[in-house]
Design a protein around this ligand. Structure first.
Ligand SMILES: [Zn+2]
Length: 184
């Protein structure tokens, strides 16, 4: 993945996932105070909060497991598109990490499935979530916490399964592509 390192202490794939997840937790905290936290610019003044969440994840004081309820059942009850929030039209099961990338079996794991409208499903296609989101909704827009949280947890599982959590942070998605190549 091209791009800037979001925090200078990130060295590995695991660090990168923890840092992204720390922003999800920080956004929940900020929103619980009644402030906005859905854009990158809104988060600029909260970097210290993100870093403290990151340190908690790194040290094991917090974990990624149950922070947000993202079971398949809950998703079915929440009848709207995970991406744009649309409640109109038919919702379809969408793979956050595409079948093309990780293969059919892994892609159909319930932790990789969300409901989306047809338009978002088609638009996203086989693209990576965060870069697709920026292209569709604007570079300042962060993916909704719910879908970002699921994505990061599943990325963690995939990297854990293939032993690449301690690879350089810049390989956080290319290592997944290698898994896909093996599955096809
Ligand atoms: Zn949508």
């Amino acid at each position: 993945m091209e791009g800037k390192k979001p925090y200078n202490r990130i060295e590995t794939v695991k660090d990168w996932i923890y840092f992204q997840y720390a922003t999800v937790i920080a956004r929940s905290i900020i929103e619980s105070r009644g402030e906005h936290a859905e854009t990158r610019s809104a988060l600029n003044s909260h970097f210290g909060l993100i870093v403290s969440q990151y340190n908690d994840l790194k040290s094991g004081r917090k974990n990624m497991s149950d922070y947000l309820n993202d079971s398949k059942k809950a998703l079915k009850l929440d009848r709207k598109c995970i991406y744009c929030g649309s409640e109109e039209g038919e919702l379809t099961f969408e793979h956050i990490i595409p079948r093309k990338v990780i293969g059919e079996t892994m892609a159909n794991h319930e932790h990789n499935l969300v409901l989306s409208c047809r338009e978002c499903n088609t638009s996203k296609s086989a693209r990576e979530l965060i870069s697709w989101w920026e292209a569709k909704f604007g570079a300042d827009q962060l993916p909704r916490k719910h879908v970002l949280s699921k994505y990061l947890k599943f990325l963690y599982r995939l990297h854990h399964a293939q032993g690449t959590l301690n690879h350089p942070w810049s390989e956080w998605d290319t290592a997944i592509f290698r898994t896909g190549a093996r599955n096809h």
